[in-house]
Design a protein. Structure first.
Length: 151
């Protein structure tokens, strides 16, 4: 019986060493949303979560500045007050340097972070209209997409 050849491991200083994958930030959120079949996309160096055609959350866990680490809720300003009653530690993200944004964060350093994040997942699973937005269609540059250029 032939033996299998092992793929040689490149030396550590080789340019072909694969970069280790980063751990998913706040992975328990994805577990809590499993029943609604979320999909993910990298965004802003974070992890965006979509349910159906809506973006609902972004999971952020970066080293510095870490003021906005936590779970970002995708909402609109009209829903801030009612959501703040359910999430007292929720606030606008600061990374965009705007006073108020549609993105609200459940900060990772809040005493109720995990409880609040799981409650947000419950609202999303219940299709609460206050959380989530259908993203605007991507603009096509003057050069067009690759598919359009091949035609």
């Amino acid at each position: 019986m032939p033996t299998r050849r092992k793929t040689p491991t490149p030396p550590p200083d080789s340019p072909f060493v694969p970069k280790p994958r980063r751990a998913l930030p706040h992975e328990f959120v994805l577990d809590a949303l499993a029943a609604v079949s979320p999909r993910t996309n990298p965004m802003f160096g974070c992890l965006a979560i979509y349910v159906g055609n809506k973006i609902v959350l972004i999971l952020r866990d970066k080293p510095a500045p870490d003021t906005d680490n936590g779970v970002w809720l995708c909402t609109t300003e009209e829903h801030h007050e009612s959501l703040r009653r359910e999430f007292p530690n929720m606030r606008s993200i600061r990374v965009f340097a705007k006073k108020v944004t549609g993105w609200q964060v459940l900060p990772v350093d809040a005493p109720d972070f995990e409880e609040a994040a799981l409650h947000a997942c419950e609202l999303i699973a219940a299709r609460d209209p206050r959380i989530g937005k259908v993203p605007k269609p991507r603009r096509i540059s003057a050069r067009g997409t690759k598919a359009q250029r091949k035609k």
